[in-house]
Design a protein around this ligand. Structure first.
Ligand code: GLA
Length: 731
């Protein structure tokens, strides 16, 4: 027995000397020089375990790319997850100071395993270790084959004698290519002006997209991007990589073009002001970065993300989103029970399925009559709503309408009972005058009592009122003075990271304890929008700007990463555009309404009710579950057009929006079944108006439709058309 043990040990030593490593679970050792491939149906990432023990990237691209093993060890710039301080000279993925003060880290391959989680999803875990320290990084890559999406994150842990300080901790840091011709598409904006598209060529040096505002972190920049190789991104052609970080806090995306014109894209939590002291035995898990590679343009990247999201990334991806009617634009804070109940009648008349009661329903000593008071005091305002929320939910139900509610549970107004009792619960810095955002402050979720309080807001709202079937979770302030009275002095820089983890814990509890309650993510518009938070939600509020002329752009921007069922597309009278135009814009997303029916003329009421009915009966499924094809960008011409096609290609719907006068060109749908015959029918026409579409009523095969196009009649600004293409065999 003893002899066998010795023999095993000496065999292991020989293997180690030859560059083999025995994995902890006894799985077969891997040889230096071998390639690890992370593959999806149409893409692959190849990694080399080189002779120096380090892990290098051979290629990212179409299936099979870069799997040939080079004779020599690749240059250090090709390291897959480079650490700082031991020879790597560019922007590192990881930077740490070890317990003994050593500021360098080297990471060499230890072992890896790939397991099939099901027939579509596999998880590869690659363990790297510093040869001089018990410091380990496990790179995790979850590949979703059919969707061509990879989720990548890192787990960092150690067994050193004291804490290790982490200064940088990227989720992923791929080297994309070495063509030197890279085009970055990203989306920036402001309140009421979200998701503005910009595309620029990357030149030598680093381009950083980031946010430093902790919560509501995406108000000015989104943690999602596209990189096109060889020229500007096209919709249906060319090599494009899409990335989206699953993190709602401060983020950093860094794109570095090096001296050899290689591009590395690093993404993760923003290391700025967030040095993290990691205790021995603890694991620091980075958020995941989503990747999708396409050789068929950015349209395919978007469809990959949408398909992935519906199946894995959001709640109930296959369930239709209800048509909501929200009272915010109609009443603001100024309502009472009678007024709200009267709006239920309007909701019913228009065909809305859920009424969403927005801000202003709570606070007694400090009533929430405007945005100066009441946040934190989540008791129903007894003056406005004397019979409470269940009464409202019942009244809505009597009219066949579901009832939903607005909350902003992580925030506090200084004018509130909560703040009077617990001023130390708000994030802030000693000796600094508190800076308010929308007259409020952010609660310190790193503190356990605050986490419990935040959960109690949800619990105390939903448990006693089982008639509530929808929640809009808002967030209207960001962190500019990141200090905590809970965290120890040496942990102050943990605040923004601990905050997000606590937030996700509370959001996750809501999703699992109230699976029947749908939820909308909101942050003064889309100030918090990413797949980290969206996994607990059904949809998001893209902007407080509901002028449909702007919504065409905003919805276009978000469509690059998020499926239509998540994009709350509410019709209001903002901007005073033609009602048909506003409705047609709403029909291309998760349709909702924010209007007071009493202010509509009888014709307008009919138009809205007809559009809602059309949506529910004929369009919702194909818009919310279909594949998106962006046809004409609102940025490149006076008109915008897009179409959706159902997965079985039996139905499609085409939207055309004129943003300026004078458009006459054909619009060519995409994604149809070439040999299938579709009946062309313009829908959402005003009552009594016949379509002047040349092909109206005709049956045309998909190939002809895609080649010859349709001739829309949208020549004056803010005219629009919705054209249904129904497979002839479809009822
Ligand atoms: C934010 C949201 C709005 C509305 C108000 C309520 O601005 O984006 O939709 O809910 O808060 O205060």
């Amino acid at each position: 027995m003893k002899r066998h043990l010795c023999a095993d040990l000496s065999l292991a030593l020989v293997l180690l000397a030859l560059g083999f490593e025995l994995s902890a679970n006894g799985a077969e050792a891997k040889r230096a020089g071998s390639v690890i491939t992370i593959a999806t149906a149409r893409s692959s990432l190849s990694l080399l375990i080189a002779k120096d023990g380090r892990l290098y990237e051979l290629g990212l691209g179409p299936a099979g790319k870069g799997s040939a093993v080079p004779e020599n060890t690749p240059p250090r710039e090709m390291e897959f997850y480079p650490a700082s301080g031991d020879g790597f000279i560019l922007e590192p993925a990881l930077q740490a100071t070890h317990a003994d003060g050593n500021t360098s880290t080297d990471l060499v391959y230890q072992k890896h395993s790939t397991s099939a989680l099901d027939t579509n999803v596999s998880l590869t875990r690659i363990e790297l270790k510093d040869p001089a320290y018990p410091f380990l990084v496990t790179l995790c890559l979850k590949a979703y084959a059919a969707e061509d999406v990879v989720e990548q994150w890192a787990e960092i842990r150690h067994q050193e004698a004291g804490p290790v300080m982490l200064f940088r901790f990227a989720s992923a840091g791929s080297v994309l290519a070495n063509s030197g011709n890279y085009w970055l598409t990203h989306f920036h904006g402001d309140w009421a002006d979200e998701a503005q598209w910009v595309e620029e060529r990357l030149t030598s040096g680093i381009k950083i997209l980031d946010s430093k505002i902790g919560v509501r972190a995406h108000q000015y920049a989104t943690p999602s991007f596209l990189i096109a190789m060889g020229g500007e991104a096209r919709e249906e052609e060319g090599e494009v990589l899409g990335g989206s970080l699953e993190w709602s806090g401060s983020f950093q995306l860094a794109f570095e073009v090096d001296m050899k014109k290689r591009l590395r894209a690093l993404g993760g939590i923003n290391p700025f002001g967030s040095a993290y002291q990691l205790a021995s035995g603890e694991t620091f898990t980075t958020p995941a970065m989503l990747w999708s590679w396409s050789s068929e343009g950015k349209g395919r990247v978007s469809r990959n993300f949408h398909r992935w999201a519906r199946r894995y990334g959001i709640r109930d991806g296959d369930k239709p989103r209800p048509v909501l009617l929200n009272n915010w634009e109609a009443t603001g804070f100024n309502f009472d029970e009678k007024r709200i109940v009267s709006l239920f009648d309007g909701a019913k008349e228009l065909g809305a399925e859920t009424f969403l009661l927005d801000d202003g329903w709570f606070g007694n000593k400090h009533p929430r009559n405007d945005d100066h008071a009441g946040l934190g005091d989540w008791q129903v305002n007894t003056n406005k709503l004397p019979q409470g929320l269940s009464f409202l939910a019942d009244e809505a139900r009597k009219r066949g309408v579901h009832f939903g509610i607005w909350i902003e549970p992580e925030m506090v107004n200084p004018n509130s009972d909560l703040f009077e009792q617990h001023p130390e619960w708000a994030i802030g810095q000693p000796y600094r005058e508190a800076i308010l955002g929308r007259n409020q402050r952010v609660l310190d979720l790193s503190r356990p009592e605050v986490r419990d309080f935040t959960w109690s807001v949800i619990e105390n709202t939903l448990r006693p009122n089982p008639g509530i079937s929808y929640v809009k979770w808002d967030c209207n302030c960001y962190v500019t003075q990141p200090g905590s009275t809970w965290l120890k002095p040496e942990q102050q820089s943990h605040l923004l990271i601990d905050y997000q983890h606590a937030l996700y814990e509370v959001m996750g509890r809501m999703a699992s304890k109230y699976p029947g309650v749908m939820a909308m993510l909101c942050s003064g518009g889309a100030g918090r929008l990413d797949y980290g938070a969206l996994k607990f939600f059904h949809s998001f509020w893209p902007s407080d700007n509901t002028d449909p002329a702007r919504r065409v752009f905003i919805q276009w921007g978000f469509s690059h990463f998020f499926p239509a069922e998540t994009i709350a597309a509410h019709v209001t009278r903002m901007g005073r555009r033609p009602l048909k135009f506003a409705l047609d814009v709403g029909l291309s997303g998760a349709l909702g309404l924010d209007m007071d029916v009493a202010k509509l003329t009888p014709d307008e009421r009919r138009a809205v009710a007809d559009a809602v009915s059309l949506y529910k009966q004929r369009l919702r499924e194909v818009v919310q579950q279909g594949d998106l094809y962006r046809l004409e960008s609102p940025y490149s011409g006076p008109r915008s057009a897009l179409n959706y096609v159902s997965a079985d290609k039996a139905r499609a719907v085409l939207f055309v929006y004129a943003l300026k006068d004078g458009n006459q060109g054909l619009v060519r749908p995409r994604g149809l079944e070439p040999t299938r015959h579709y009946r062309v029918r313009e829908v959402n026409l005003p009552a009594g108006v016949a379509s002047d579409l040349r092909q109206e009523g005709q049956v045309v095969d998909g190939s002809t439709l895609m080649r010859d196009g349709l001739q829309p009649n949208c020549q004056s600004s803010f005219s629009s058309q919705v054209i249904e293409l129904a497979g002839e065999d479809v009822k």
